[in-house]
Ligand binder design. Structure first.
Ligand code: MG
Length: 182
């Protein structure tokens, strides 16, 4: 199936002041190994990430590319693969449909991979991840890493349910492998 991953708080530690350099990209233990397991099982994987640090003028697109080069090369060294990274660079005050909770990136991913939403699952730590997936009709997994516990504590609107709650990427990958994401 198509597995869509939020980045910050799912693959790497969320930073309130944004990940602004490759050095600030600190992976959550086990997250890349979980992606590798999904790769090995033949799933296609894409990242859908809001990066308002670009729209806010904090980093350039070139710097973001160096951050993502670190993500991809570290993952590759473990045998994993991310097929595409979708980025919404919008600042919140000029958000397009691409910035989550908008569903633009999720829909673009479904289109690129020619996948039915019923056969796609999004893993995220924020309500806006779940909202974007819900709008596009994809399955939803909330991880408790990053902002995940806070998101869970605040409660999820009924229209976002069902949402599977996983401790981290490791457990989320197990959910996908065993069909426990519906
Ligand atoms: Mg996040």
């Amino acid at each position: 199936m198509l597995v869509l991953l939020d980045r910050d708080g799912v693959l790497n530690e969320d930073r309130p002041d944004f990940v602004k350099s490759p050095e600030e990209l600190v992976f959550i233990p086990g997250a890349l190994e979980a992606v590798t397991d999904l790769t090995a099982s033949g799933h296609r994987i894409a990242v859908v990430t809001n990066q308002s640090c670009i729209g806010r003028g904090l980093i350039s697109r070139e710097t973001l590319d160096t951050i993502h080069a670190k993500l991809l090369s570290t993952l590759a060294s473990k045998g994993g693969r991310i097929d595409h990274i979708f980025v919404a660079p919008d600042a919140p005050w000029e958000a397009t449909e691409n910035r989550k909770p908008g569903a633009g990136m999720v829909k673009a991913a479904l289109s690129m991979f020619r996948e039915n939403p019923e056969n796609a699952v999004l893993i995220g730590d924020s309500k806006r991840d779940l909202q974007a997936a819900r709008t596009a009709g994809c399955h939803r997994i909330l991880v408790q890493t990053g902002k995940g516990r806070k998101t869970q504590k605040e409660g999820l609107d009924e229209d976002l349910l069902p949402v599977s709650v996983a401790k981290n990427m490791t457990e989320a990958a197990h959910f996908i492998q065993s069909g426990r994401y519906k």
